[in-house]
Design a binder for this molecule. Structure first.
Ligand SMILES: C[S@@+](CC[C@H](N)C(=O)[O-])C[C@H]1O[C@@H](n2cnc3c(N)ncnc32)[C@H](O)[C@@H]1O
Length: 247
């Protein structure tokens, strides 16, 4: 794994199916972790639960991958900027924005693939989203300030998560919200071990220590997700969702 991991065509197909696949196609079994389906939709719904956003609000989805959460944010926000480091992911997000539908080749059994059709959900406003290839650790000031920043499963893919957490407030308005999710799956090829948030405390305690000077902690919850590798193998992961309001 490393910086080109999210450029691979197999990972692109996996993420397109993960973000946009029909639940009955994605997990076609009567028994299974159904509650972990639709993660990119749930992070938006659960993250925003109980929050009231100002009219004409602006959101940024950092590490948006192929864009499902960015589109879901348009149900609450007038303008959404989706940013990801992977150009393959951003191109796919722009394609689905334009075409509303894509055919994807996913692994069926190891050694075989099948074609699935993935579609943009109908209740969203694709014209409100702009996608850019960019680096969460080196964001352009041109994006302006946001009422909401979502960083879903991003921090444990960054080379310096502490720097990101200290800096991201520059793009969030006073009273604006930061929503984080992470399974804290640190991997040396993405984040050198000395940068993992578990140097002295638990991941959440470290997050709190870094964020508390700039944010009021609102709440946290466990949110499961399911990534399909092939029809008989899935990764079931429990992320921690936390919500922070900028002082
Ligand atoms: C584990 S995936 C999560 C994707 C998506 N938020 C989701 O929950 O499905 C991590 C994403 O972060 C992106 N990423 C990694 N490093 C990044 C960086 N420095 N700036 C922006 N995006 C980055 C990857 O390309 C990938 O799309």
């Amino acid at each position: 794994m490393g910086s080109d991991y999210y450029e691979r065509s197999s990972i692109l197909a996996e993420y397109l199916f993960f973000h946009y696949g029909e639940s009955s196609d994605y997990l076609p079994f009567a028994e299974g972790p159904q509650s972990a389906l639709n993660f990119p939709l749930k992070i938006v719904e659960r993250g925003l639960a109980g929050l009231s956003l100002p009219p004409a609000s602006r959101a940024m989805d950092l590490g948006c991958a192929v864009g499902r959460s960015s589109f879901e944010l348009t149900r609450y926000c007038q303008e959404v900027v989706g940013i990801d480091y992977s150009s393959a992911f951003i191109q796919a997000a722009q394609t689905i924005q334009k075409q509303k539908e894509l055919t994807v080749c996913v692994v069926e059994e190891v050694g075989t693939t099948k074609k699935v059709s993935v579609t943009l959900p109908s209740a969203v406003f694709p014209e409100r989203v702009q996608f850019f290839q960019g680096d969460a650790l080196n964001l352009s000031l041109d994006y302006g300030e946001f009422d909401l920043v979502l960083a879903a499963n991003l921090i444990d893919r960054l080379s310096d998560p502490t720097l990101f957490l200290k800096d991201i407030g520059r793009w969030i308005k006073k009273g604006g919200t930061l929503i984080l999710t992470s399974p804290y799956t640190w991997i040396d090829s993405f984040t050198p071990e000395e940068k993992w948030l578990t140097q002295e405390n638990s991941n959440f305690q470290t997050l709190q220590n870094i964020l508390e000077p700039q944010y009021d902690f609102q709440r946290k919850e466990d949110l499961p997700m399911l990534i399909r590798e092939h029809r008989r193998k899935y990764q079931w992961t429990v992320t921690e969702l936390s919500v922070w309001v900028k002082k």
